[in-house]
Design a protein around this ligand. Structure first.
Ligand code: ADP
Length: 499
């Protein structure tokens, strides 16, 4: 086991000892198949290191560990207050290690260092938020007749499989771990194969915090093998997934094998509506944040900008200006970088193929759409804007998941709402207007799990997050996030003698 770690020096000079094994039963172990994942730095295309990748057999071991922990007195019987205290301890330790975690995140994912620091901050606050809930989860008493009553217990769902995407490797893990642990579940978490590193360091912190063995298991691996093994496992009670809609549908099908409880957070093509009375400078600023942050790799990205025709040209100019002045593309470790490389060559190629599709379908490439490598390397793409886009074009309908936006005019409020809802997705939406009545009316009519008025892409640990239509099932974060990790048992009590 001693060799299941690697000493690394990050591009920012930080020295890091990183565990490379599968994290099962509080130990780092080898994969039974010998399969590995090699992680690539998207900034210079060089290898960072290789880590163990789980086979179906390893997933079996991790699930068995999680099942044993669920039924072990060290977890099942500790008080909810103690469970919360473990989570606070975990949050404190993450805080102490936050620079290392943020460094690994930027190195492996390519996101600017300040953004990774923000993500780690969110991890800490999410774990604390749910740690605080641990001893406030309880049922109710329901009087039924003069001789009978019912009390309900909020019990853990059981062994939870959690499948994580690569765009926010640590914070998506925290969104799922926080409520799962607060409610007393045990977890097998499968990170994305594109970004396997930061969560391994996180795993070493879980041990230090003192969680009993088997409560948290982290099994890197490929989707089709390890992810599928988890989703199809007969001893897993729940699957929580964040990722693409296509994979979400596949997981839903697979998880039906034993009717697992599921929570899915999938894709989007979220609209941002700018009405003629909006503060255009504010709208352009938020529209820029809404699509260009995190290299455009955000499921809630407001990737379709719909602008009232009377102010269309003015808005496009303001937006281009916002991109020019703010979207500094470059080394994610350099101060002031807004946009780093795309996470992988596959994503980079995919975005460039959307650029070709937009051009060949007759849309106008107004800005960007070309690679902008750093010293000849890296998966960097200039922020891309398409105008003269028609509603049947691929770039209008499909999720690109990159710094890539289409800007389209509308005439009336009715048309704006119809265009906003003309999508199979329903994750987020933004409305810009200074007219209170209009903005709330439109917000109510847009088919989306979240609407931002005069803003875009706000998210907060206290607020339910999730989608409608093909953007997902269930909610994460906030109090709603707890519902996804508890089941309600009704216990009927007869205290009388009569029939
Ligand atoms: P992308 O297409 O951007 O790679 P995915 O939605 O396919 O995103 O991946 C998100 C997560 O789902 C990753 O952890 C990945 O390994 C996992 N995954 C992919 N395919 C499957 C599958 N068939 N079953 C279970 N998990 C999967």
């Amino acid at each position: 086991m001693a060799d299941l770690k690697v000493d690394l020096t990050a591009p920012n000079g930080k020295k890091i000892t990183l565990p490379t094994g599968l994290f099962i039963n509080n130990e780092f172990v080898k994969s039974s198949s010998g399969t590995k994942i090699t992680s690539i730095n998207p900034t210079n295309e060089q290898e960072i290191c290789s880590v163990e990748a789980a086979s179906a057999e390893d997933i079996d071991k991790a699930v068995a560990a999680a099942r044993a922990a669920l039924n072990h007195e060290s977890w099942r019987d500790i008080s909810a207050t103690e469970r919360g205290a473990l989570m606070f301890k975990l949050a404190d330790l993450i805080e102490q290690e936050s620079d290392i975690l943020a460094t690994i995140e930027t190195w492996d994912n390519g996101k600017p260092f300040a953004d990774s620091q923000g993500d780690v901050g969110e991890v800490i606050s999410t774990i604390r938020y749910y740690g605080g809930y641990a001893d406030k989860i309880h049922g109710e008493t329901i009087p039924t007749t003069s001789q009978k009553f019912v009390y309900t217990l909020k019990q853990p769902i059981g062994v939870c499989g959690q499948i994580i995407p690569w765009n926010y490797p640590l914070s998506m893990a925290a969104w799922k771990l926080g409520p799962a642990l607060a409610c007393g579940n045990t977890v097998v978490l499968k990170p994305a194969e594109q970004t396997p590193l930061s969560i391994l360091y996180f795993a070493s912190v879980v041990v230090k915090a003192g969680f009993p063995a088997g409560v948290v298991n982290i099994t890197n691996g490929y989707g089709k093998e390890a992810g599928h093994a988890l989703a199809s496992h007969l001893d897993v009670d729940k699957i929580a997934f964040t990722g693409s809609t296509a994979t979400g549908k596949q997981i839903m099908k697979t998880a039906s094998i034993n009717m697992k409880n599921i929570t899915l957070e999938t894709g989007g093509k979220s609209p941002l509506l700018v009405f003629e009375d909006a503060d255009i400078e504010q709208a352009a600023k938020w529209a820029h944040i809404g699509i260009m942050s995190n290299q455009g790799q955000i499921c809630t990205a407001t990737s379709r900008i719909l602008v009232q025709d009377t102010i269309y040209d003015k808005f496009v100019n303001e937006f281009r200006e916002a991109v020019k002045t703010t979207s500094k593309v470059g080394d994610p470790f350099a101060e002031g970088t807004f946009q780093g490389p795309q996470v992988t060559k596959a994503q980079y190629d995919r975005i460039l193929s959307f650029v070709e599709s937009g051009k060949s379908e007759g849309a106008t490439l107004t800005a960007g759409g070309i690679p902008c490598p750093l010293n000849g390397k890296g998966f960097f793409i200039e922020p891309t804007i398409f105008t003269k886009v028609k509603n049947n074009m691929k770039i209008y309908r499909e999720e690109v998941f990159g710094p890539f936006v289409v800007i389209v005019p509308f005439k009336t409020e009715g048309e704006a709402i119809a265009m906003a809802n003309d999508t199979t997705y329903g994750l987020g939406a933004a409305v810009f207007s200074q007219n209170l009545e209009l903005s709330h009316r439109v917000a109510a009519r847009i088919e989306a799990g979240m609407v931002w008025i005069n803003s875009s892409n706000d998210s907060d640990i206290r607020v339910p997050f999730g989608g409608v239509k093909q953007s997902g099932i269930g909610r994460e974060l906030g109090e709603a996030g707890l519902a996804a990790y508890t089941q309600t048992k009704a216990i009927h009590v007869n205290i009388g003698q009569k029939l």
